[in-house]
Design a protein around this ligand. Structure first.
Ligand code: CDP
Length: 244
C-alpha cells in the first residue's frame, strides 16, 4: 500500500493546520453509579472514565497507612478500531498505558488525605483514532475532579510529533502510525510541569524543545475545555446526560 502524503499545501489529511487540534468535546458527571466520571470525544476517539474511591484497599495488605493507593485500568473495547476488533482484555500495551496514566496522576492527587484506601481510575476507549492515552488523561483528570478528589493541579496534554518533515500538534491515527515521530505529553496546568512524556521515532533536541512549547500551548486549550465541562457539571449539580 502506498504511504499517503501526510502534508499537502501546508494542510494535513483532515484539512487541519500544523498547530490545529481536532474537535474536542468533554462532559463531566455522565455516569450515575461512579463517584466521578467524564466522557471525552476527541476527533474520532471516544473515551469514558469512571472513578471509584477513596474506598477500602483490596487486598488489605497493599494498603498504606500514609496514603491512598492510586490504581488505573485503561482498556480498549473490542469494537474500538479495526485493529482491535474481536479482541479484548488486558495486553502489553494497555498494561503500559494504565501504568503511565497512573504515574501522571500520582504526582497531583493528594493521596495523603486518604490513608489505607484506594482510588480507582477506569478508562474505557470506545472508539480509537490516535491519541487515546491523551484523551484518557483528559477524561481521568475531569472525572477525578468530578469525584471531588483533591488534586494539587489539573492535568492536560496532547500528542505532538513530526509528520512529512514538519512538527505537528495532535496527531491523528495515520499521522501517528506513518509519521516520523509521535510524542504524547501532559502538563500540570498551573505549575507547567511535565507529568507524562513518551516518544516514538526521532527528533532533534531543537525539535523536541519546539514540540514541548507547541504542546504546552495546545494543552492550555484542552484545559479550558476541561474546566468548562466541570463548570457545567456544577451547574447541573454534578451530573450531565451523556450525549454520544
Ligand atoms: O492511542 P494512542 O495514540 O495513545 O496509542 P498508540 O499505541 O500510539 O496507538 C495509536 C492508534 O493506533 C490508536 O489510537 C488506535 O487508533 C490504533 N491502535 C488500535 O486500534 N489498536 C491497538 N491495539 C493499538 C493501536
Amino acid at each position: 500500500m502506498e504511504t499517503p502524503e501526510l502534508i499537502k499545501d501546508g494542510k494535513r489529511l483532515d484539512g487541519r493546520a500544523l498547530d490545529g487540534l481536532r474537535p474536542i468535546r468533554i462532559m463531566a458527571g455522565v455516569l450515575k453509579e461512579a463517584e466521578g466520571s467524564a466522557f471525552v470525544e476527541w476527533g474520532g476517539n471516544k473515551v469514558i472514565c469512571g472513578i471509584y474511591g477513596p474506598r477500602e484497599c483490596i487486598p488489605k495488605h497493599d494498603a498504606s497507612p500514609y496514603k491512598s493507593l492510586l490504581k488505573c485500568r485503561y482498556t480498549m473495547s473490542p469494537f474500538a478500531s479495526l485493529e482491535e476488533h474481536g479482541r479484548s482484555g488486558p495486553n502489553r500495551r494497555s498494561t503500559e498505558i494504565s501504568k503511565v496514566i497512573r504515574e501522571a496522576f500520582d504526582s497531583v492527587v493528594m493521596s495523603g488525605e486518604f490513608p489505607k484506601t484506594q482510588i480507582d481510575i477506569y478508562v474505557d476507549v470506545l472508539q480509537a483514532e490516535g491519541g487515546t492515552r491523551i484523551a484518557a488523561i483528559a477524561a481521568a483528570a475531569v472525572a477525578l475532579a468530578n469525584a471531588g478528589i483533591p488534586m494539587k493541579d489539573m492535568i492536560s496534554g496532547v500528542a505532538v510529533g513530526k509528520i512529512g518533515g514538519q512538527l505537528a500538534v495532535d496527531l491523528g491515527k495515520a499521522e501517528d502510525n506513518l509519521g516520523e515521530s509521535d510524542m504524547p505529553i501532559a502538563f500540570t496546568h498551573r505549575g507547567k510541569e511535565i507529568v507524562f512524556l513518551q516518544m516514538d521515532g526521532k527528533l532533534t533536541p531543537e525539535e523536541l524543545s519546539r514540540n514541548i512549547d507547541a504542546a504546552m500551548e495546545a494543552s492550555d486549550k484542552v484545559y479550558a475545555l476541561q474546566a468548562e465541562a466541570l463548570r457545567k457539571s456544577y451547574d447541573s449539580e454534578g451530573g450531565q446526560e451523556l450525549e454520544m
